[in-house]
Design a protein around this ligand. Structure first.
Ligand code: GNR
Ligand code: NI
Length: 165
């Protein structure tokens, strides 16, 4: 069990593009275990490896946030099934104390490898659809604040800077 430290906006390492996982190894399993510990410790519902400064395409998720629904997505991709956007008040463990409304497609088909490296597909709506899009964005170096106006983004950046100082 290891709790990793979570990079905080505007750390430039959050902008790196994560590489595909070629082989799911013991090292991948260790990373996944540590990511779950880190996510649950921080009371998050999802975590992308990018946020713990590992630039590989690995996501963990537990929409219940209590250990009851652990999910792993390796090399995830999505296809949009319904492009109708739904608004959701998003937060991010890399952007503490900040919630803003973001609109994303409401229904997606996820393709990924599971923890054993076996491919699977799954349809997602609601919070699951929001969360997988938020996490895949992390793997591509993108943050939810990128969808806001630059004025709002600037304000968030200054507030976080002040809180940390
Ligand atoms: O814990 C989290 N909650 C959340 C709420 C609304 C939309 C997305 C999320 S993901 C976030 C954890 C996180 O930062 N994952 O990258
Ligand atoms: Ni996030």
């Amino acid at each position: 069990m290891a709790i990793m430290s979570i990079l905080k906006y505007p750390d430039p390492r959050l902008r790196l593009k994560a590489a595909c996982v070629d082989n799911v190894t013991d090292r991948t399993q260790q990373l996944i275990a540590d990511m779950f510990d880190t996510m649950w410790d921080a009371n998050g519902i999802g975590l992308a490896a990018t946020q713990v400064n590992v630039h590989e395409r690995v996501i963990v998720m537990d929409l219940a946030a209590d250990g009851s629904e652990p999910r792993v997505f390796i090399n995830p991709s999505i296809k949009i099934i319904d492009a109708t956007c739904i608004p959701y008040d998003e937060g991010c463990l890399s952007i503490p104390n900040t919630f803003e409304t973001v609109e994303r497609p409401s229904h997606v088909l996820i393709s990924a490898l599971d923890q054993q490296g076996t491919p699977f597909e799954e349809e997602a709506t609601g919070l699951m659809a929001v969360c997988i899009q938020h996490e895949i964005d992390h793997l591509d170096g993108k943050l939810f604040v990128d969808y806001l106006s630059s004025i709002k983004r600037q304000r968030i950046r200054k507030l976080l800077k002040k809180e940390r100082a």
